[in-house]
Ligand binder design. Structure first.
Ligand SMILES: Cc1cc2nc3c(=O)[nH]c(=O)nc-3n(C[C@H](O)[C@H](O)[C@H](O)COP(=O)(O)O)c2cc1C
Length: 412
């Protein structure tokens, strides 16, 4: 069994939806769990006006009964409140039914924004006459549904003792300094109290000032966030094939989030600058108290430069992924562009937009990590019900708990 999903829906259309396949029966799932994650995605210093209009709420249309999954696909929807103001622009009915006679079409997009999907998508789908047909689906509004699906995946993971958190480490060149980050399960409680989801209070204020400066200049900023997960059993993913390596699967999932341009695992690029003796995490044998968030019995690993993965397989240490987001492409001080209908040089299309969305992107990153981990967990431990999955996981955890002691003699 694997965990799969697809999303549908446009940014200003009637709503977003998804079908989630692979959830075992018996997992507690409440709409409130999903709504709490959706609310976290809506916050963050530097967001535009859209997030003030929407109060995202999940509607569960199938797959859950009396607060628990029943093994059938989980079907989700989120209604776009803003659709009310876009009924003509985003009408499903033909143009002549959407607009009164002689009323010009509102908000067509003929001038692509550098850095957005407008031009490349418009050319590919032959929609250059109105690139709204591209923008509406390329928009990060789609990440609402990823967060909803991720919240369902989290319900499964948390039932198995796996927790995920994230925090922002850099915005527009301002870096946060954190001596020791809290364990994954406690990170969000702390990070969510910061307007930019940064664990360093001093840096929070500097990041706010950096976002203000960008806004005043009609500019935007990007940054870096870190996603951490703990309680993960050893052995998710595999070393045997390129498409089963968990580091590759995580990188793909995180890079697929709108505007993400780099993913590091553990030390990441820094590992390339150091010698092996300064990078690889040594083992401590015997009755050494293991790190509380490790799943390696009494084996200890004093460092976690590998970020919880070796050979594409989880190694029992917390998973640490860092992700770089480029600055938002819609600039109020528009960049040079060309009108695709007239061929005239002019400023790029401008539309209501975020100035910085790194804090929200971290929440989306958590969702994508949850989805990949849920898939890998089901792949290794299987089961059509949570009960079966936990039995199998518990046997594996008992085996791992003996690590650091001599292995029993293998049967011939
Ligand atoms: C949470 C979030 C919010 C975003 N908000 C905006 C926005 O308001 N305006 C914008 O131009 N881009 C926004 N983006 C980025 C664009 O969606 C993205 O740059 C675009 O889809 C092109 O894809 P690419 O950057 O991956 O090439 C946002 C991204 C995320 C993750």
């Amino acid at each position: 069994m694997s965990f799969r999903f697809l999303t549908a829906g446009e940014s200003h259309g009637p709503g977003l939806s998804s079908i989630v396949e692979g959830m075992p029966a018996g997992v507690p799932v409440l709409a409130e769990h999903i709504d709490a994650q959706l609310a976290r995605r809506q916050r963050g210093y530097g967001r535009g006006g859209r997030m003030k209009i929407e109060t995202d709420r999940a509607v569960i249309l199938g797959g859950v009964r009396h607060g628990q999954t029943i093994g059938s696909p989980v079907s989700l929807a989120v209604i776009n409140r803003d659709f009310e103001s876009w009924q003509d622009v985003m009408s499903v009915a033909p143009l002549e039914q959407a607009y009164a006679a002689d009323t010009p079409k509102r908000r067509p997009i003929e001038i692509p924004r550098p850095g957005h999907a407008d031009y490349a998508g418009g050319l590919k789908y032959r929609q250059l006459h109105d690139m709204r047909n591209v923008l509406e689906r390329a928009s990060a509004r789609e990440t609402t549904m990823r967060v909803a699906v991720g919240a369902v995946a989290r319900c499964l993971l948390e039932s198995c003792g796996i927790h995920i958190g994230s925090h922002v480490v850099e915005i527009g060149g301002v870096r946060g300094e954190v001596e020791t980050a809290p364990p994954a399960r406690d990170i969000n409680e702390q990070a969510d109290t910061s307007s930019v989801r940064c664990l360093d209070e001093n840096a929070t204020r500097q990041m706010e000032a950096r976002i203000d400066a960008a806004r005043e200049a009609g500019d935007t900023v990007g940054g870096v966030f870190e996603v951490v997960a703990d309680g993960i059993p050893v052995g998710l993913g595999s070393h045997v094939h390129w498409d089963r390596k968990l580091d590759g699967r995580l990188a793909q999932a995180l890079m697929s989030i709108h505007a993400m341009k780099g993913v590091e695992i553990g030390l990441g690029f820094e590992a390339a600058r150091r010698g092996g003796s300064e990078v690889h995490d040594s083992f401590g044998a015997g009755n050494v108290a293991a790190d509380a968030s490790s799943s390696n019995g009494s084996l200890s690993r004093p460092t976690n430069n590998a970020g919880g993965l070796e050979g594409g397989v989880t190694n029992g240490s917390p998973l640490v992924c860092r992700v770089a987001m480029k600055p938002i492409a819609t600039l109020m001080n528009a960049l040079p562009s060309v009108n695709m209908t007239t061929g005239e040089a002019t400023g790029a299309h401008v539309e209501r937009s975020d100035y910085c969305a790194v804090p929200a992107a971290g929440v989306v990153g958590e969702a994508m990590v949850a989805i990949v981990l849920a898939d890998a967990l089901l792949e290794k431990f299987g089961g059509d019900s949570l009960e079966e999955l936990r039995e199998s996981l518990s046997r594996h955890r008992d085996y791992s708990a003996r690590l650091g002691q001599p292995l029993p003699t293998a049967a011939p």
